[in-house]
Design a protein around this ligand. Structure first.
Ligand code: IMP
Length: 442
């Protein structure tokens, strides 16, 4: 059996939740490796809807072990809210949900810092989810962070005595009175908070790297669940309009302590069109009636923040870039059915920047801002494809669209999603994904 990393190939919200849910029965464990409760998906399980932000959707599969890796920033309040919601609805979590002792703790002051920075930034704001993700990672990298293993450390008070004056000074500099916030920002209150969390988190705390490597050592297989998307990666995304972690496949090794040599394949999740939430460049962005159509038909509103998503045509410059930096050989193409009613469909296949054709994603944000997309136009199929189960049953125009994307991006399309339900999925015959999962998925 194989260890597979699932990553988004655009700006997040590609439909990874459904794909992961579909693959879960083929794996013993699922592990998240970066981000925190900025992510989110609603999973339909039986007749119930579950909204998850931190905990992998694998938790809804009774036999699965679920891990939050060291690369994550874990908000304990959000974690306990999710565990109690799950338990209240009959999902057992203890004994199969694990948090790395090396994961960073996202403290109640982090969202306050995030909000204050965004408010002060005006037009230069990032458009974050305001969950405190950036400040939590910043404290990690500046070595002021608190890990799960540190929650009951004797050194905690001393650590906060160094950190708190910096945080208070920053807030004051941003025009926020730290004492007027609902969250007390002082060393004693933070230490007390951590001590309490240490006790509650104890049953979930483990050495995730050891657990996963042991499992792999006895032939178990692990699904690594990326959150956000490749273009939001702190190193490879459209910096600074990115999240603060490595959402691309390389992050799976660093963020769990499972070496890259143990990963067998990377499945890229690509939406049949583009979306983005928050600020930042989006070359094939649409406005007008097609934007409204895609937003409405694709239900493109943020699961975490409820914000309407920006929508655009599929951009294969972006998808090829994502294929390269992630090592993607197989793709799950999602939400094809959302395009059903369109008369014509465009795909951005290259960029015109200052009169020159460019086929690779530029790092320079100013250049990205000047991109004139080069489009190929396809006739729509204007037929209902929801729930089609075989590729050959798709309208010819839809088949041509899928084959064109495969060709342009340079990776096999192993799966096509034709609706939100698990069964509304086309598994391509003899696909790479099938070979990784040891048989038919679904
Ligand atoms: P942060 O991760 O909250 O710091 O937000 C940074 C950027 O990443 C913003 O543009 C967010 O909208 C975006 N972002 C963060 N998480 C997600 C996600 O799960 N889906 C889509 N966009 C996200």
């Amino acid at each position: 059996m194989s260890n597979v990393v699932v990553v988004g190939m655009q700006w997040g919200d590609e439909g990874k939740g459904k794909v992961v849910d579909l693959l879960c029965p083929k794996f013993e464990a699922v592990a998240r490796y970066q981000g925190g409760n900025n992510a989110g998906h609603t999973v339909k399980f039986g007749d119930q809807h579950f909204s998850l932000h931190l905990i992998p959707s694998g938790i809804l599969h009774a036999d699965m072990q679920c891990y939050l890796g060291n690369g994550m920033v874990v908000n304990p309040d959000a974690f306990f809210e999710e565990t109690s919601n799950l338990e209240a609805r009959g999902v057992e979590v203890e004994g199969r949900l694990w948090v790395s002792d090396r994961a960073q703790v996202l403290l109640p002051m982090h969202p306050e810092i995030d909000l204050a920075r965004e408010a002060a930034a005006g037009n230069a704001k990032i458009g974050t989810t305001s969950r405190g993700i950036g400040p939590a990672y910043e404290h990690k990298v500046s070595r002021f962070g608190i890990r799960v293993a540190d929650l009951d450390s004797e050194a905690l008070m001393g650590r906060f005595e160094m950190l708190v004056p910096r945080v208070r000074a920053e807030l004051e500099g941003l025009g926020v009175d730290p004492d007027a916030l609902a969250t007390p920002i002082n060393a004693t209150a933070l230490t007390d908070y951590c001590r309490e969390v240490a006790v509650r988190l104890a049953p979930y705390k483990t050495d995730v790297s050891l657990a996963l490597n042991d499992l792999i050592g006895v032939g178990g297989s692990v699904l690594f669940e990326g959150a956000q998307g490749a273009l939001l990666d702190i190193d490879h995304g459209s910096y600074p309009y990115v999240t603060s972690s490595n959402s691309s496949s390389g992050g799976a090794a660093i963020g769990t302590g499972v070496p890259p040599t143990a990963m067998d394949g990377v499945l890229g999740v690509l939406k049949a069109y583009g979306t983005r939430v928050g600020e930042g460049p989006f070359p094939a962005e649409l406005d007008g009636t097609v934007l409204e159509y895609l937003r409405d038909r694709g239900r493109e509103f943020g699961t975490t923040t409820g914000r309407p998503r920006r929508c655009g045509w599929l951009d294969t410059v972006v998808a090829r870039y994502a294929r390269r930096i992630n090592g993607i050989r197989a793709i799950a193409l999602t939400k094809l059915d959302v395009l059903d009613d369109l008369e014509e469909i465009k795909v951005c296949v290259g960029y015109n920047i200052d009169g020159e054709r460019v086929d690779e994603l530029p790092a320079d944000l100013a250049k990205l801002g000047r991109v004139q997309p080069i489009y190929e136009t396809f006739p729509g199929w204007q037929e209902n494809t929801i729930g089609r189960l075989r590729f050959d049953d798709l309208p010819v125009n839809a088949q041509q669209y899928v084959r064109f994307i495969e060709e342009e991006v340079g990776a096999e399309i192993s799966l096509v999603s034709t609706g939100p339900k698990r069964e509304e999925t086309i598994m391509m015959d003899d696909s790479l994904l099938e070979s990784w999962t040891g048989g038919l998925v679904g």
